[in-house]
Design a protein around this ligand. Structure first.
Ligand code: GLV
Ligand code: MN
Ligand code: MN
Length: 371
């Protein structure tokens, strides 16, 4: 492969097709991860993509393959996920470049400090003829393990909202301020966190998480004056998700008002649920079956670069069973035999796509919906 780094920090490897003007198939996943992460979320999909090319052993296909290792998919540092894939679909705007991390460093500054030129981000956008994007990823949940199946085709990805909340109270002396005269921002935040959990517990399919909290000034003998929190809300129905976010904002306002403090919030992400490409999903199911596994279709509760790529090109995913359903944790793992099956499935899939597109007549591609 010839390898390059684009201006958003995505690492791309190009493996040519039979003809120099052959269309491209994108294969990959993300390179970044979360704090205290496991070893497979994201990177496994990049390694599988590279392994597939290794297994081709120089054999050329009627399409070129571009392996992509996306930068910053998780959204941990700047509160906004999918930075790398957004560059590929041309959706990096000034607001995104100005998002800041906890130290106040902007996306623009981080990219430039890394030695890349943000003026070149528009060139990262994919252009020309793409067959689609395919991503291998661990399921990160318990479904496949429970079903006793190593692989699944992902048919949709749940939408997600991410917000930041700040409860602003009054910091004061913890020894001298009577309980009824306090304006404790952390106590308000705690009440709200429990309200969020209770609401999500009572709504089918809704998941809502406060994953991070920062209390200021952050001393044991000071009543907290400011509490900053993150909120992550997901559901397969965008309407349910958006209503839930409104509800959580309403509860935060209510709690703050009752306690005589204020609350501010900022939306960081409103990503709609995304269906995967029906034809690619069907091909993946066929490849899973040829590998000797019982096919299964499922929704992804986790977000993936595939939901961004789907804005521009047909996209689909293959999930690998995740032992114990554990992810975003050092205990995350995957069975070697399942990885073996995934690679085998990937090779069948490449062959299927190659035979479907071998003549590359526009008629064939149109029928595949890839024209
Ligand atoms: C990505 O891991 C996500 O948060 O869904
Ligand atoms: Mn992740
Ligand atoms: Mn991931």
């Amino acid at each position: 492969m010839s390898v390059r780094l684009d201006a958003m920090g995505n690492l791309l490897g190009f493996y040519p097709g039979i003809e120099s003007n052959a269309p491209r198939l994108l294969l990959g996943s993300h390179l970044d991860t979360v704090p205290n992460a496991g070893a497979f979320d994201g990177i496994l999909g990049v390694v599988i993509a590279v392994t597939l090319l290794e297994a081709l052993d120089g054999r050329r296909l009627p399409f070129a393959i571009e392996v992509v290792g996306f930068s910053e998919e998780e959204g941990v540092r700047f509160g906004v996920p999918f930075l790398g894939s957004r560059a590929l679909v041309g959706r990096v705007d000034e607001e995104l470049l100005q998002a800041r991390d906890a130290q106040g460093v902007s996306v623009r500054k981080a990219i430039e400090d890394f030695g890349l030129n943000t003026m070149e981000i528009p060139q990262a956008r994919i252009a020309g003829d793409y067959l689609g994007y395919i991503e291998f990823h661990i399921e990160q949940g318990p479904v496949l393990e429970e079903l006793g199946k190593p692989l699944a085709a992902v048919d949709s990805i749940a939408g997600q909202s991410r917000l930041e909340f700040t409860f602003l109270g009054r910091s004061n002396h913890a020894g001298t301020t009577p309980m009824h005269l306090r304006h404790d921002a952390l106590a308000a935040a705690a009440e709200w966190i429990v309200a969020v959990e209770r609401t999500a517990l009572n709504a089918t399919g809704l998941v809502a998480s406060v994953g991070r909290i920062e209390a200021k000034p952050g001393a044991s003998n000071v009543v907290c004056g400011e509490a900053r929190l993150t909120l992550d809300v997901r559901h397969s129905s965008d309407e349910t998700r958006i209503n839930a976010v409104e509800n959580f904002i309403g509860q935060a306002k209510h709690i703050a008002q009752r306690r005589g403090i204020t609350v501010e919030w900022k939306a960081r992400l409103d990503q709609r649920a995304v269906p995967m490409d029906a034809r690619l999903v069907a091909e993946i199911e066929r490849a899973i079956a040829v590998t000797g596994c019982a096919p299964h279709r499922m929704m992804s509760g986790a977000g993936h670069d595939a939901m961004i790529m789907a804005e521009k090109i047909p996209s689909a995913m293959i999930f690998l069973r995740t032992p114990g359903g554990i992810s975003h944790d050092p205990a995350e793992s995957v069975a070697v035999e399942d990885v073996e099956k995934a690679i085998e499935c990937g090779l069948h899939l490449l062959d299927q796509l190659a035979s479907l597109s071998s003549a590359f007549s526009s008629g064939v591609r149109e029928r595949m919906g890839l024209a």
